[in-house]
Design a protein around this ligand. Structure first.
Ligand code: SAM
Length: 475
């Protein structure tokens, strides 16, 4: 298939070409009932080497029930093959809701006088992090609004240093991912030097005209600067980046294609695609009513988006947050999601002061309000293995090193034992008796499936050492 757009271009308009997206949408619509084509795309997908945005768009457009079932079955197979039953756990930490932007879908927008603006001090961050450590979290995603005066990069860097420095009982945050506004190559370099895991930034929408209407004021209104952020992050040395769109802002067909074109662009220019893709759906929030947005994505379509993404980019982790209900999370876990937040608070200071949420300072209304222990117990009931692993990034398995291990199918050799070890730590230190019993049974069952006799023997030894008080063993 001829590529019309310049996939290696450094300019947003070229690697996310509006003309290419529209042409792909028309092509997908024209072929949505073309069974031989769809069957051949599914055949290619079975090789687990991924699909082009064009092929994936045809799968998404197809409305034929039996073929959709085939897509779902393939997504489940691919998920099982690359991720087994492991689900990586994390929590967001909101540092500040000061924001100078005018994003019309976000309650942090500068004109919203109803929410209480807050920015955590380093001491408050310490208390929030200890509350998160006491739940059992090891991996955080930092969130801030964009405000160069209140939340400058120095504040974010200082907060990261604070977080990594907190040792409390057996708790320690071992990986800090960062979701802050688009910034300069130099600032990305400083984030890299501070030891961040993944840099996450959602495109919101790839449709430039719509993007500009949805972001009327503030630095985020610059479409090109925002869209080229991951290129700058990679130039700054960050090799694990997480992309996503906010489904509901634009037609899902447009943004689905944009998302995959963005992934293709990063792979073509830097030799490594995104580490993760997030699939947030627009939620009601303080002064945000989803009824004002005509592109909200219904559940069946959402499930299909997740399944086709799983098929199209088998090596890319997929993240779902507490924006989704437990029922919706259950469905997308099955179809491809590999990372899940649990016990989340989306208000600044919400882990220490739960009433913060009631004060309407939250970024969006959470649809899964269960504690981390409840989520872990639920995952175990469903047959999943909750993992608190952070080993890859700490062992330097990032960017193309990580991807080449995934592509060779070797990552599972580390992931499974690491998941067992970190679940064991969780069960010993934080779990309720019921969750602990379920988790121990899961560990006993899966230990026997760890590939390689030596690794299995070491895993057994480390599990015993954890029982006796040792921590932080990893492969
Ligand atoms: N301020 C940073 C930026 O500008 O990219 C990112 C942090 S923001 C706290 C995280 C994400 O929340 C945004 O990128 C957006 O996609 C999402 N978000 C904003 N309003 C939302 C809403 N009403 N429902 C669901 N998600 C929302």
């Amino acid at each position: 298939m001829k590529i019309m757009y310049d996939v290696k271009s450094e300019r947003a308009e070229e690697f996310i070409s509006d003309a290419e997206i529209r042409e792909t949408m028309a092509y997908a619509e024209a072929h949505k009932d073309d069974r031989p084509l769809i069957v051949s795309i599914l055949e290619k997908a079975r090789l687990c080497k991924g699909l082009t945005h064009r092929e994936a768009a045809v799968l998404l457009a197809s409305g034929q029930q039996d073929l959709t079932e085939e897509m779902f079955a393939l997504a489940r197979d691919i998920k099982q093959r690359f991720y087994g039953n492991r689900i990586v756990m994390f929590a967001p930490l909101y540092l500040s809701n000061y924001c100078v932007n005018g994003c019309v879908y976000c309650p942090y927008h500068a004109k919203n006088k109803m929410i209480r603006r807050r920015k955590l001090t380093q001491e408050e961050i310490r208390r929030e992090v200890i509350a998160l450590q006491d739940m059992g979290h090891k991996r955080l995603a930092l969130e801030t609004g964009e405000d160069p005066r209140n939340n400058p990069i120095e504040y974010v860097l200082e907060s990261i240093r604070t977080i990594y420095g907190i040792k409390h009982k057996n708790g320690a945050i071992r990986r800090v991912n960062v979701n802050i506004a688009a910034t300069t190559v130099e600032n990305y370099r400083r984030l890299k030097d501070a030891g961040i895991g993944t840099y996450i930034l959602f495109q919101e929408t790839y449709n430039r005209t719509n993007y500009e209407a949805l972001h009327p004021t503030g630095p985020k209104s610059d479409y090109a600067y925002h869209t080229e952020a991951m290129d700058r992050a990679m130039l700054g040395g960050i090799d694990d980046v997480g992309i996503g769109v906010l489904f509901g802002l634009e037609t899902y067909r447009y943004d689905f294609i944009g998302l995959l074109m963005h992934a293709e662009h990063l792979e073509a220019r830097f030799g490594v695609g995104p580490h993760t893709i997030s699939v947030p759906r627009l939620c009601p929030a303080d002064d945000i009513d989803t009824a004002d947005f005509k592109n909200c994505v219904p559940d069946e379509v959402f499930h299909k988006i997740v399944a086709v993404l799983r098929i199209a980019v088998p090596y890319t982790g997929m993240i779902v947050s507490t924006r989704e209900t437990p029922a919706s999370r259950e469905k997308v876990l099955e179809l491809g999601v590999s990372q899940l937040s649990g016990g989340s608070r989306t208000s600044v200071g919400g882990y220490v002061h739960e009433e913060e949420a009631e004060e309407n300072s939250a970024q969006f209304d959470v649809s899964d309000r269960r504690s981390l222990d409840e989520v872990v117990g639920w995952l175990l009931d469903l047959g999943y293995l909750p993992s608190f692993c952070t080993a890859c990034y700490r062992e330097g398995r990032t960017g193309d090193r990580f991807m080449s291990l995934v592509k060779k199918g070797q990552i599972a050799n580390c992931c499974l034992p690491n998941a067992l070890l970190t679940l064991k730590e969780y069960l010993n230190d934080y779990a309720s008796p019921a969750t602990r019993a379920k988790g121990e049974a899961m560990i006993a069952r899966l230990l026997e499936t760890v590939p390689g006799e030596r690794v299995r023997e070491n895993a057994r030894r480390y599990l015993k050492a954890i029982e006796e008080g040792g921590r932080d063993f990893r492969f």
